[in-house]
Design a protein around this ligand. Structure first.
Ligand SMILES: [Zn+2]
Length: 484
């Protein structure tokens, strides 16, 4: 916390909706097509072409707004946002202005650590189309235009200036991404451009209630970049005020390599977009029944799921946070927990062995080949003493390779645990005889040497002896020796 100034941040997040076709024409939205292959008279802005609204884009926008607890409006209006840029063939972008599809929502942050959520206001969510892309070729000093992306459906989510630290801004982005993934409206990937974040940043003296002059930071391409850029801009604005200067309202660009923000060359803040309703598109009118149907169809959202997992499986807030990081992972954990019956053990295995394997293999949980029921069966073998915990890890490593069911692997590879006293006593006696010096000191009172003898038995049995029973047998032998 700064001794004199408070940071005030609001975020504008552009989310690319996961539709197969563009928002106002039938062109495909798939990534990686040859330049300008996915275009038609509508998205090329040829004279006479008329836009037709994509119903699936509306559905995904409504779902997004509902998940953010917004009021979805029965009527909203598409407007033309006029500006000139080479990648905007119509000379205007179709967006929503004074009558957006949704307003007045909120997003909870800070749920994970101490359980007290903080609500960040969502001012509005509106639908719009994306622009094309300018491709600069430095070798021939030319710029080419690719309009494949022009007309891709977006939802812009605007927050209230409720965020008070760079870390909070980052968490807001992470929570938003989680929600967007849970409700399957977007890939929400900043690196691939399906999630873009701009930050409005201002500072004011502690205790002040009016807002200071803001700058807008653009060009951040990761969540850590968002956090760093805001922190750097905060320091810059504080230094200006301390020097008796003023913050100038302008657009700043984040330079991740130099770790600094610098003013954008164009004066973007001073645009007059001359918004007016698009005469080619009628107002978007939704029935109350449609909105309610979408509300009912919403899946359980991450914050609710975290709270439920904590209660249902006695998980810590941290564990619940890790396990709900994405919906397929949470589904997998719950399936293992239900197959095995002990949520805590299931959580330890999914967070330990499963995530370690996926991280090292660079795979998502959706590509994990061990079915939840089989992992549950493995945990059952540990619980009933058929295999030891360390043997279970070896079996798991074979299951990941597709070697069969845990019981079959344990049998085939001789990993079943030995717990009959006849076999165990033979190993215990052998260890006792083989370590006379340790036995002498143990009997003399050095209790910690019991562990050395347990270790010797485990080694002798190639890890198959039941360590709990070995401990009991060795303790009995020690009691006997001490009496003698
Ligand atoms: Zn098109």
């Amino acid at each position: 916390m700064h001794p004199r100034y408070e940071l005030v941040v609001g975020l504008e997040v552009h989310v690319q909706l996961k539709t197969r076709s563009k928002i106002f024409c039938a062109c495909a939205t798939d990534f990686g097509a040859p330049p300008n292959a996915n275009t038609c008279p509508v998205c090329l802005a040829l004279p006479g072409a008329l836009p037709v609204l994509n119903a699936h884009a509306v559905q995904l926008a409504v779902r997004t707004a509902l998940a953010l607890e917004c009021t979805v409006h029965r009527a909203s209006v598409f407007a033309r946002k006029n500006y000139f840029y080479p990648d905007l063939p119509k000379g205007y972008q179709i967006s929503q202005f004074d009558q957006p599809i949704a307003t007045g929502g909120r997003l909870l942050i800070g749920v994970r650590d101490d359980g007290t959520p903080r609500a960040i206001g969502v001012t509005r969510a509106h639908m719009e189309e994306d622009a094309g892309k300018s491709v600069h070729d430095r070798y021939v000093s030319a710029t080419a235009i690719d309009l494949n992306r022009a007309g891709t459906p977006l939802v812009e989510i605007v927050s209230e200036p409720d965020l008070r630290s760079a870390a909070e801004a980052r968490e807001y982005c992470q929570r938003l991404k989680e929600i967007l993934e849970y409700i399957e409206v977007s890939d929400a990937n900043m690196e691939e451009g399906s999630l873009r974040v701009d930050a409005n940043v201002s500072v004011r003296p502690h205790g002040a209630t009016t807002l200071g002059t803001k700058t807008e930071i653009k060009n951040m391409n990761s969540f850590s970049g968002v956090e760093r850029a805001i922190a750097v801009e905060f320091e810059r604005q504080c230094a200006l005020l301390d020097a008796g200067e003023r913050v100038v309202q302008q657009t700043m660009l984040w330079d991740a390599d130099r770790h600094q923000v610098r003013p954008a060359r164009s004066k973007e803040g001073s645009h007059d977009y001359r918004y007016f309703p698009d005469p080619d598109l009628p107002p978007l009118v939704l029935t109350a029944a449609y909105i309610e149907e979408e509300r009912r169809a919403l899946p359980e959202l991450p914050a609710a799921r975290r709270a439920r997992l904590q209660g249902e499986y006695a998980l810590t807030p941290y564990d619940a946070g890790v396990l709900t990081a994405n919906r397929p992972l949470a589904n997998y954990f719950e399936a293992v927990a239900q197959a095995h019956g002990d949520g805590k053990v299931a959580a330890n295995w999914v967070m330990g062995e499963v995530l370690a394997y996926l991280n090292s293999a660079g795979l998502p949980i959706t590509a994990f080949r061990v079915p939840a029921a089989e992992l549950g069966a493995l945990l059952g073998l540990v619980r009933d003493g058929t295999v030891s915990n360390s043997a279970a890890k070896k079996i798991f490593a074979r299951m990941v390779q597709g070697a069969g069911t845990p019981a079959a692997i344990a049998e085939r590879e001789g990993l079943t645990q030995v717990s009959d006293d006849a076999s165990l006593s033979a190993w215990v006696d052998a260890a006792w005889t083989a370590h006379p010096e340790e036995v002498r000191r143990l009997v003399g009172g050095e209790k910690k040497l019991l562990g050395v003898l347990v270790g010797a038995v485990m080694k002798e049995s190639a890890g198959r002896a039941d360590p709990r029973r070995v401990n009991q047998l060795l303790s009995a032998k020690l009691a006997e020796a001490s009496r003698a």
